[in-house]
Design a protein around this ligand. Structure first.
Ligand code: FEO
Length: 171
């Protein structure tokens, strides 16, 4: 795999933020006492905020990277390479999780046992997300970035990277 310098890598900046958020989710989870209503509500609020950022990240990538790459591949009639990107964001990872967080508010008024069992469900869902999203980011870094390097000029990639960083910071 050729080394791509940071300034020509579209994914390093946003993915370092996403990895930080993943770490944040795990640590918040570990520190939540599900018998404490205050802790529980705070966790739900934080998770919703964090996942809005994940969703925004995907939108930014769709808009600023994937759409442009698809167009470029089409112009170059690169059918084989376009297969690499078509599945990338097809799975909706976020709607079911956001629904699960919203459902959590109903457990504030319920007993500890119910809240604990919701916590187990939430933990499982978060683990599944983690197991899916880390390889997804690796795939973008290892498979999509080389396509960007192949089909875009250095100047185009630098501009794309700047736009991605700008949008990521605005979220
Ligand atoms: Fe960078 Fe598609 O997550």
């Amino acid at each position: 795999v050729p080394i791509v310098f940071d300034e020509l890598n579209v994914f390093t900046f946003p993915h370092s933020r996403m990895r930080k958020l993943l770490h944040c989710c795990t640590s918040k989870f570990g520190h939540t006492d599900f018998t404490s209503l205050n802790d529980f509500e705070k966790l739900l609020i934080r998770l919703q905020r964090i996942f809005k950022e994940f969703m925004a990240h995907e939108e930014i990538e769709n808009h600023l990277v994937m759409k442009k790459l698809k167009k470029k591949l089409k112009q170059n009639s690169q059918i084989d390479d376009s297969e690499l990107i078509c599945d990338c964001h097809k799975v909706d990872r976020f709607t079911p999780l956001m629904a699960l967080f919203r459902d959590g508010y109903a457990f504030i008024r319920r007993g500890n046992a119910d809240r604990m069992s919701y916590g187990v469900k939430l933990h499982k869902a978060m683990n599944n997300f983690y197991k899916d999203f880390v390889p997804h980011m690796n795939e973008e870094e290892n498979d999509i970035q080389p396509l960007l390097s192949k089909y875009f000029t250095e100047m185009e990639i630098k501009m794309m990277r700047t736009q991605v960083i700008k949008m990521t910071l605005q979220k």
